[in-house]
Design a protein around this ligand. Structure first.
Ligand code: G1P
Length: 303
């Protein structure tokens, strides 16, 4: 079946990138957090590559009016390309050209007010239209050996026919940092969600299955988002609109293969950097020995 014949094949990915990234101040005073690098690529590039690998060819960036860096990054860099071309630096030229491969388009939508993740997704409605779409939160970086997390979810959505939310197990005491789901008949990898709640305290959390920043949603979510009042943190929450969607449509929780790094935190960014360095052919040996040296010099005894 070709993508055009299958209504469930997702083509559009939405990237909410309007947040202020205050945890990374002062760096994020001028550099949006999505532009912080893991080795040599900004966080946003990892999310974009994952979306493209899942079959998306329209990328919608929901940004705020102060964030030009993300748009600049995906724009063509004529002068730099000319310089690299003249210098015969073909490898580097390919790197900057592949930021956005041919056939993939980037669309920028402004979120005028920081009203929350649900509101950011709603801002993408005019571009998404009436088709299922993906949402990727670039802070959640997912490292995997095989198919990316979104591709795994897209494959699942093709046969479930409904929406899909990525989940992972978190320690019970951390439920207040996540959307938490309860499912029926979870088979180890997926299960239909019957309850979803944003950032519940551990004593009221329905499980320890936490939402990770990857969603495949049917367009029915937009009408629900229009009607979603402010929720946790005084923001319009995507989780609350998904909770409303459960009444009328199937939404599955999907435990992907891969490791998620919370790059919205200092330690998550460090952890991701270590993982990608160790996974990098050119860097892994050096990275290994410098980590050992650092541990030795800092007086940490290895067991
Ligand atoms: C958002 C969602 C939350 C989800 C989390 C995953 O929260 O609202 O449901 O679990 O992303 O990273 P945020 O971390 O943006 O506060």
């Amino acid at each position: 079946m070709t993508p055009a014949h299958n209504p469930q094949r997702i083509r559009t990915a939405v990237f909410p990138v309007a947040g202020l990234g205050t945890r990374f101040l002062p760096a994020t005073k001028t550099v949006p957090k999505e532009m912080l690098p893991i080795i040599d690529r900004p966080l946003i590039q990892y999310a974009v590559d994952e979306a493209i690998a899942a079959g998306c060819d329209t990328l919608v960036f929901v940004t705020n009016r102060y964030k030009h860096a993300v748009a600049d990054y995906f724009d063509k860099a004529y002068e730099l390309e000319q310089k690299l071309e003249k210098a015969g630096k073909t490898e580097q030229l390919a790197l900057i050209r592949n930021v956005l491969p041919d056939g993939v388009r980037a669309v920028f939508v402004t979120q005028a007010e920081a009203l929350g993740l649900g509101h950011a997704v709603l801002c993408a409605r005019p571009v998404v239209g009436d088709a299922p779409f993906a949402v990727l939160l670039p802070d959640d970086l997912i490292w995997s050996r095989g198919d990316g997390a979104l591709k795994q979810m897209a494959d699942h959505a093709q046969h479930s026919g409904g929406s899909v939310v990525a989940v992972q197990d978190v320690p019970h005491e951390q439920t207040a940092s996540y959307g938490i789901v309860a499912t029926a008949a979870f088979d180890g990898q997926s299960g239909r969600i019957h309850q979803i709640v944003e950032k519940p305290d551990p004593d009221v959390a329905p499980s320890n299955l936490a939402v990770v920043g990857r969603y495949i949603l049917t367009p029915s979510i937009f009408d629900l988002l229009e009607r979603t009042p402010k929720g946790a943190g005084g923001e319009i929450q995507l989780t609350d609109a998904i909770a409303a969607l459960l009444d009328s449509e199937r939404v599955d929780a999907f435990r992907f293969h891969g490791t998620r790094f919370d790059c919205g935190t200092h330690i998550g960014l460090i952890e991701a950097t270590i993982r990608y360095a160790l996974d990098n052919e050119k860097l892994s040996d050096a990275a290994r020995s410098l980590m050992r040296n650092a541990l030795d010099e800092m007086g940490v005894v290895e067991s």
